[in-house]
Design a protein around this ligand. Structure first.
Ligand SMILES: *Cc1c(COP(=O)(O)O)cnc(C)c1O
Length: 345
């Protein structure tokens, strides 16, 4: 994680870094990421409770709530703990106007530049800024947007360039810091002018785009390992697992691995999803169960009960597994359940 953070630094040397640690640091643990990202300029996340927890654990640098505050009643604690927050709609501004706070707050005014999720449209942006500026408890205002397609160059519907131009126009001349790029924008559009960047998935060694983590120089932070707990010899025509979905075309050895969807392994992973056994790349066969999966041991004749199995991470990019399962590495990381034992190296 430290290595990946330093790679953000070298990609955008002038920008300050919000290390994004939402969703339990994409499944990697908040405490761990607080230590790993000690050199980041700030931590950004969604969950106000986790943000307050980071303060209690001693994180003294900036913290940013990426979706802002959800309820007026949360504002006093957010202000008292000096949490910066996004403001994306007029309802939030109205709540700020109504609430008397003992501390001044740092606001990141969000612009909807084409993703049509959160934020003010460019033509509403200045009015939102002026309204915020008159609120006594608003100490500083920064400017923020989020890209829909930074992992693709020249996206047909909404390219980064178009969103960037809209952002520049909408915020032209407004005094304050700019806060733009996610991992994809950092890796593929490092030239965008922005004071702050917001890397998430790249810090954990996943990639948002079509290049692999290795090509970008990123290292996997999480490796999900297990072991073979039984080996079964099956005949041609024998079926494996629930639904009897996989049918052996020839006699083969199947390894039963202690890992299933209750650990966070995706149930939708189809036959052929890559898996390492003793470091050898083989494939999932049969349906993923709650506590087990089954693997083809044909390419690993020396496999035995106790053989090391890698589901993703070191030696097997999480993005490869995600692609086979029809999802993204992000989802696999965040979906890691409470069952796997965490071993820190
Ligand atoms: C999650 C998130 C990020 C980080 O995105 P990655 O693709 O993981 O780098 C950045 N900005 C906002 C607003 C986010 O919600």
């Amino acid at each position: 994680m430290q290595h990946n953070l330093s790679l953000v630094h070298s990609s955008v040397p002038k920008a300050k870094i919000w290390a994004v640690v939402k969703a339990n640091a994409y499944g990697h643990g908040l405490d761990r990421s607080m230590r790993a990202f000690a050199d980041a300029d700030g931590l950004a996340l969604i969950e106000p409770d986790s943000a307050l927890g980071l303060r209690e654990k001693g994180w003294g640098k900036p913290i940013l709530l990426l979706e802002g505050f959800f309820h007026e009643r949360d504002l006093p604690a957010i202000a008292a703990s000096n949490l910066a927050f996004a403001v994306h709609c007029n309802e939030q501004i109205a709540m700020l106007e109504k609430t008397r706070l003992n501390q001044q707050v740092c606001v990141h005014l969000k612009m909807n530049t084409g993703m049509n999720r959160l934020g003010f449209k460019p033509h509403e942006y200045r009015a939102a800024f002026e309204r915020l500026r008159t609120i006594p408890s608003v100490g500083s205002i920064s400017f923020m947007t989020h890209f829909a397609n930074a992992e693709e160059k020249g996206h047909v519907r909404m390219p980064v360039e178009e969103q960037y131009v809209r952002f520049q126009r909408g915020s032209d001349g407004l005094p304050g810091e700019r806060n733009l790029s996610n991992s994809a924008a950092i890796l593929l559009h490092p030239g965008l002018h922005t004071d702050w960047v917001r890397p998430g998935v790249m810090l954990y060694g996943g990639t948002p785009g079509n290049k692999t983590a290795l090509e970008f120089g990123l290292k996997p932070a999480m490796t999900l390992n297990s072991e073979i707990i039984q080996i079964v010899d099956i005949e041609a025509g024998d079926a494996v697992g629930y639904g009897s979905l996989f049918v052996a075309p020839k006699p083969m050895r199947v390894g039963v691995v202690a890992c299933g969807y209750a650990d966070g392994y995706p149930r939708c992973a189809p036959d052929g999803t890559p898996i390492l056994v003793e470091g050898v790349r083989t494939r999932l066969v049969g349906r993923v169960s709650m506590d087990m999966i089954t693997v083809d041991l044909t390419p690993v004749p020396n496999a035995h009960v106790g053989s090391l199995v890698t589901l993703w991470g070191e030696g097997l990019p999480i993005d490869d597994v995600a692609e086979a399962a029809g999802t993204v590495g992000y989802e696999l990381m965040c979906a890691l359940s409470v069952r796997p034992r965490i071993v820190e190296r």
